[in-house]
Design a protein around this ligand. Sequence first.
Ligand SMILES: *Cc1c(COP(=O)(O)O)cnc(C)c1O
Length: 381
Amino acid sequence: MSPRLTPNPDNRLSVDLAALEANLAACRALLSPGMRVAGVVKADAYGHGLLPVARRLKAAGVEALAVGVASEGRRLRREGIAGEIFLLMGARPEQAPQVVADGLTPVCADLAVFQALSAAAQSLGRPATCQLKVDTGMSRLGVAPDQVLDLLDRLAALPGLRLTGLVSHLATAGDPASDQARRQSAIFAELLGAARAKGHVLADSSLVGSGGALVPPPASPAAPAYARLGIVLYGGLPDPAATGRATLRGVMSYRSRLLAVRRARAGAAVSYGATWIAPRDTWLGVVPVGYSDGYPRAASNRAAMLVGGRLAPVRGRVCMNLTVIDLEGIEPLPRVGDEVVLLGNQGQAAISADQLGDWAGTISYEITCALGAANRRHYQG
Ligand SMILES: *Cc1c(COP(=O)(O)O)cnc(C)c1O
């Protein structure tokens, strides 16, 4: 494992692989019969660690994995991980020989890339599996819907190319009230139907991610198809509106210990910028975690941490390696060395990645990516 930025032994980031597996089971129960799961492990598995997560998901029976770029797929292959691996961001033409040799499935939209894949397939003497990305309304990647049927016919003529599916991504999945997801799913269903009527099987097509799994859009593609599941596997929600659709467990937790406990006098200013002034004499705790550890600075004066099973509000600005919390009212008064939970459970209380993201004005995805990138990870379960 690569060296991590924070040597502070009091800070501990844990990844609960049993919770990951439980979340997979909970989400599978929501999918229509025959739907397969691609476990999304891009961005170092949302900060949880590419290889341990990929291995556990495979052992738990996911039918495919999805990464962002070819180097991630290559790492998985080098570690002996077999089976379908989608490259969600496709590939450049010059990467085609390696991608085909690794047996990866890039999701592409550019004819030049398909041609390069076909050429690589011919020179390597093995088929190049790939998928076609369609922009049904996210305006990010993919060809326009009106180009798809023509393009499918042209791709069918490229030797060695095995096009296994149409792929699109919903901009507003997870929000049951969204009209956007309804429109996008209708476009996708119509395209897939028309393509299949022309003889293109496209059995590994996929439209929904976590949002569409929790809140299926009206025209979800029927099996055979994949759901590309990311954040729900890690215990986060794609949208607050999807709350309550599945019982999910937090996979990542982050704990520290009180570095100092001190009494601030009424009127004392706390941390950089003096953005919090003690309204009365106040017990404060100092936690050796800051934004260099992946704890969001935007959580300044907004988040809370668990100490003694109680929520202790963050006071003043989050610093590079330190954060001050308010211990008033926590009985008995916490002591230096006591456990502080920044993410995860303490007794009956818990702070979810969604909650921490909300405090920081962001989303669970960014919270786990940042914490996971900055800390050594410990695996359990
Ligand atoms: C990241 C990503 C996913 C997974 O999204 P979640 O909301 O985490 O489930 C699915 N599809 C594509 C194309 C993605 O980029």
